[in-house]
Design a binder for this molecule. Structure first.
Ligand code: GLA
Length: 387
């Protein structure tokens, strides 16, 4: 990949002399979905796939972007004096948003950049190609301009830019997983205070299989923001009867005791998911520590049911993939992963059953939905790097 972006850089900008290459990973979340904006826990891991950038400073204030994933768009030009979101800017709104967020914190770039990108995260798969692009941008800015930021700052800046420049009200999970990734480890993150622990995720005799539904429903951003506000409404009503900072502060028992304070039935279900999912995540990490992969898998399955029925962020295609996965012998757990409304599922599958899993789930998906699913046996990788 390093050679590929360097070659492209030379081809389109004339020379690859003095060019640096950087990488930031995508992520898959094992459990703890839609808890990160509710002060709950998440358990994602960084992948070995992600986004690469070849970057070189310019002497003027121009910004030139080129993505090998969108060759037909050619070079997209902008300038440090135009860090505002626009439809024409397309995917460059992500790196520009990060540059804007740095500048807002007083970290101003004194010259522009020539950039070539190449990503190997399948487009729109819900494996956080945008968070990897944000973290990647922050990482090369830090390196090239000497900005004093930690990797956790890079996660925060990425989230801030996505919320305030790109209008997606996301939590911090994706950026944190990309910025803080560690090979063979998942990250047990408490989003209430950003305290975290690494948990080894070397599965004896099993693999993590990500299945791409190859569908992405247009609801993603709008429905995501609706879920967030439903949770906020439920929280405000609960706060009239119990002192909590977020839904993640409640145990299941406490939730059952106080839930009548929530007026709207839909909001009750949304809040229930947030509370129970948080407790499931804590329990799942405990199970992993105790080498109880069976329990871990059961909690993954329960997570899916809750996201499907109470949180309503699944869709027919994803439900088919999960149902079919559950039928296959040797599947320890399977669930939707990421924001929802399409994208991917994550499954833990015994080594010797991986091929059968792909065949059976793939064939059933084709038959029931009329679409082709893609399968990736993923590896857990490190955070951002200079190559
Ligand atoms: C998206 C968001 C994350 C998180 C997940 C759901 O990936 O970017 O912050 O909320 O959805 O768990």
């Amino acid at each position: 990949m390093k050679e590929t972006v360097l070659k492209k850089f030379e081809e389109i900008y004339g020379s690859a002399e003095g060019v640096n290459v950087y990488f930031a990973p995508g992520r898959v979340n094992m459990i703890g979905e839609h808890t990160d904006y509710n002060g709950g826990h998440v358990f994602p891991c960084a992948l070995t796939i992600g986004t690469y950038a070849a970057v070189k400073k310019r002497t003027d204030r121009k910004l030139r972007f080129y993505s090998m994933n969108f060759d037909s768009l050619g070079i997209i030009e902008s300038s440090l004096d135009d860090l505002t979101p626009s439809d024409e800017a397309g995917w460059t709104n992500y790196p520009k948003g990060v540059m804007w967020a740095f500048a807002r914190q007083g970290m101003k770039m004194d010259c522009g950049l020539d950039i070539v990108l190449n990503g190997n995260i399948p487009n729109g798969s819900g494996l956080s190609s945008s968070a990897s692009l944000e973290v990647l941008t922050g990482y090369y800015l830090k390196d090239l301009y000497g900005f004093q930021v930690t990797n956790i700052d890079l996660a925060k800046i990425g989230q801030y830019s996505e919320n305030n420049f790109n209008g997606m009200n996301c939590g911090i999970m994706d950026q944190f997983a990309s910025a803080m990734g560690k090979k063979d480890n998942a990250i047990f993150l408490d989003t209430a205070d950003l305290s975290y622990q690494y948990a080894p995720l070397v599965l004896e005799g099993a693999k993590i299989v990500v299945t791409n539904s190859n569908v992405k429903h247009s609801l993603v951003n709008s429905e995501y923001n609706v879920r967030r506000s439903e949770c906020e409404k439920a929280l405000a009503e609960l706060q009239t009867v119990v002192k909590i900072a977020g839904l993640g502060d409640l145990s299941e028992e406490e939730f059952e005791e106080y839930k009548s304070a929530i007026k709207d039935e839909v909001c009750v279900r949304r809040a229930k998911h947030a509370v129970y999912e948080n407790q499931r995540t804590i329990r799942a990490v405990e199970a992993l520590k105790n080498n109880d992969l069976k329990l871990f898998g059961e909690l993954m399955n329960a997570s899916h049911v809750s996201l499907r029925d109470d949180y309503e962020v699944s869709c027919e295609e994803i439900d088919v993939l999960v149902e079919e996965a559950w039928k296959v012998e040797g599947v320890i757990g399977s669930r939707i992963t990421g924001g929802g409304f399409g994208g991917c599922t994550v499954s833990i599958v015994k080594d010797e059953m991986v091929e059968q899993f792909k065949e059976k789930v793939g064939a059933a998906y084709q038959e029931r939905v009329g679409k082709t699913a893609d399968f990736y046996v993923v590896e857990i990788g490190d955070g951002p790097q200079k190559m």
